[in-house]
Structure formats: structure tokens, C-alpha cells
Design a protein around this ligand. Structure first.
Ligand SMILES: [Ca+2]
Ligand SMILES: [Ca+2]
Ligand SMILES: [Ca+2]
Length: 352
């Protein structure tokens, strides 16, 4: 008998054999949710845990749900003809997966003192003598903690940073001067924490971005290059907050400047024609041409009796030889009239 022996269930459901001496493969039935790997346990562990297997954690980018399944840390937004997957708050896309953001190491938690990262979130806490208030801040409630330890500290002290030893501490964004026990602002900009512009502030710092760039949607990190992207058409400008609405004369929507016009158009939206005849009176170079403005361009036209012989404006118009073609003169019509008159005169002359 090699199957699971019902009589063995009293102490282990994954033992077989008449004497429950055979350890069966508890993973044979694939008991773990999709994405989790099953690990068959040793008999001793099976007894202590009350089950024959362990399921691995979900792969990176997935969360274990209440029913032990792996759930991608994203939600789905339907779009016209397709869909997009957006990471849930507290996660960001790394490759194709949504991974937890470590707000503690990236210093975006806002915690004054202690920060504990968790999947999709984080928790702030305060040392003894302080109580946690809104937004991760710590409010001092007991004021003689340090003096009782014979310490003079500008901010506070605790014995958890170096377990068993009391020492002065500073809140996040400040550094300790060990000699005086005082805390001073850290200039994070010196450590190149920002991708582009950095402004140091007391206790923190502010990153900003060149015109034509913006922080990615999961703006929970301020210091990693790939999280800043150039504006994507049709957006442009500071933080990509402006939108191009370009007219017919636009060459492109520039991520920094917005609509960039070709030479024949102007205006913020490239929808105002340039009157080349006014802007550049000499544009139709030879005096025998007349400039005519048009939307999106201009024409250099020849005067009456002249014709263009080249598309190049600097080439003068040529005289039209109207006599060379019956279609360009009316001389033959006059000739016909004379011919008709002559016979009359002849008749009269003959009669006289
Ligand atoms: Ca987190
Ligand atoms: Ca600072
Ligand atoms: Ca024009």
C-alpha cells in the first residue's frame, strides 16, 4: 500500500504504509496557489505544523491574499480597445511587475523616527518618551528621559538604536553632533539625492525636474533616474502640466517648449500665418515680381506680360512674346476685319 493511509491521519495525513512508515509527497496534488512553489516537509515538521507541505511566498510583485492566492499588486483600467495595468498605491512597476516601494529607505515615509517597511505600505513608530501623531510625526511626551540617563540631547535619546546603551538621537533628516548632543540639518543635495534639481530644506529636501520632465506617476521616490521621464506628446512644460494644441503650422510638440512652428506659421499654437511679404519685403527679389501672401506660404508672381521661367524666386520673370502664339494676342482678329473691309472699298472704287 503506497497511498495515504486513513489510519495515519490521526498524527499525520501524509504518511502511508501499514505502519505509516512511508512519507508521501504532499505536493503531488499541487496544493499551493498558482505562482507559489510547494515544498514537501520532513515527517517531523509535518507533525509539528499539522500539514505535509509549505507554500513559498508569492513571486516578487505579487501579494498573498486572504485566501492564500498570489495577487498582482495592480488594478486594471479598461481603455478603448485595450487595457492598462496600474500598480496599487505603495507599489511601483519594475519590469512587468508591481513591486513594493520601500518608503523607509527611500525616505518618503515622512516618519520622524522609526520606519518599518511592509508590502504596499509602511509603519512609523516613536521611541520611548514620544508619541506618534499624524503623518508619522513624533511628539515628545516625557521630557526627563535623557536627563535621567545623564545625557544632554538637543532632540531626544533612546536605547534601541544601540541596544542597551542610551544615546542621543535626531529625527529623520538631521544628523547628530556627538560632542554637543545637538542635531543639525543634513544637506541631502550634497549626496546627489535628486535626479535633476535639488533644494535642501531644514529636515528634508525637495527635488524638482527640468522643464519637459516629470516625476512618474508613482512619485514616491525622489532619487532614482529612471523614475523621471520626458513629457510624452501632447504634454509639455514644467511637470508636463501643459498640453499642446497645435494648429496646422506645427512641426512638433516639444516636451519643453510646446508647439514648435515651421517657418511659415507662428503663434503659441502655430495657427497664425506668417505674412512673408510684410516680414521680408525683399523676398521676391527682382522688381518684376509681386509678393502674394498665402496661408502657410507666399507666392512671387510675375507682372502682366511676364512669366516665370524658374521656380527659383531670384530668377527674373521673362517677357512673354505674345506674337508667337495666336492664343496670346488678338492681332489676327484685326487682320480679318481689314480683309473684310477691303473688298467693299474695291467695289466702290470700281464703280467710280
Ligand atoms: Ca512598502
Ligand atoms: Ca535637509
Ligand atoms: Ca504666409
Amino acid at each position: 500500500m503506497t497511498g495515504v493511509n486513513d489510519n495515519c491521519l490521526l498524527w499525520d495525513m501524509n504518511m502511508a504504509g501499514d505502519d505509516c512508515e512511508i512519507d508521501t509527497d504532499a505536493c503531488a496534488d499541487n496544493p499551493c496557489a498558482l505562482g507559489r512553489t510547494c515544498l514537501d516537509l520532513l515527517p517531523a515538521d509535518e507533525v509539528s505544523l499539522g500539514r505535509g507541505y509549505n507554500c513559498s511566498n508569492c513571486p516578487p510583485g505579487y501579494n498573498i491574499t486572504a485566501d492564500e492566492k498570489c495577487e498582482a499588486n495592480s488594478n486594471c483600467t479598461n481603455t478603448d480597445g485595450s487595457f492598462t495595468c496600474n500598480c496599487l498605491a505603495g507599489f511601483r512597476k519594475v519590469g512587468s511587475l508591481c513591486q513594493d516601494i520601500d518608503e523607509c529607505t527611500e525616505r518618503t515615509s515622512g516618519c520622524d523616527q522609526n520606519c518599518a517597511n511592509s508590502d504596499g505600505s509602511f509603519t512609523c513608530s516613536c521611541v520611548y518618551g514620544f508619541e506618534l501623531i499624524a503623518d508619522g510625526k513624533c511628539n515628545q511626551t516625557i521630557f526627563d528621559v535623557c536627563t535621567l540617563q545623564n545625557l544632554t540631547c538637543g532632540y531626544g535619546c533612546d536605547n534601541t538604536t544601540n541596544p542597551g546603551t542610551w544615546g542621543c538621537i535626531c529625527r529623520e533628516g538631521f544628523q547628530l553632533d556627538i560632542a554637543s548632543g545637538n542635531c543639525s540639518n543634513i544637506n541631502e543635495c550634497d549626496a546627489n539625492v535628486c535626479t535633476q534639481n535639488c533644494q535642501d530644506t531644514v529636515g528634508s529636501y525637495i527635488c524638482s525636474y527640468y522643464t519637459g520632465f516629470k516625476l512618474n506617476a508613482d512619485k514616491t521616490i525622489l532619487s532614482i533616474l529612471y523614475l523621471v521621464t520626458a513629457c510624452v506628446n501632447p504634454f509639455y512644460g514644467d511637470n508636463c502640466a501643459s498640453q499642446c494644441s497645435c494648429g496646422p503650422g506645427a512641426d512638433r510638440c516639444d516636451p519643453s517648449r510646446g508647439c514648435v512652428c515651421n517657418s511659415a506659421w507662428t503663434g503659441d499654437n502655430c495657427d497664425v500665418d506668417v505674412n512673408e511679404c510684410e516680414v521680408n519685403p525683399g523676398i521676391c527679389i527682382n522688381g518684376d515680381k509681386t509678393c502674394v501672401n498665402e496661408d502657410g506660404g507666399y507666392q512671387c508672381n510675375c507682372g502682366s506680360g511676364y512669366e516665370k521661367v524658374s521656380a527659383v524666386d531670384s530668377v527674373p520673370c521673362a517677357d512673354i512674346n505674345e506674337c508667337s502664339s495666336a492664343t496670346t494676342n488678338n492681332c489676327s482678329a484685326k487682320l480679318v476685319k481689314k480683309v473684310m473691309v477691303i473688298p467693299v472699298d474695291v467695289t466702290l472704287a470700281t464703280k467710280q
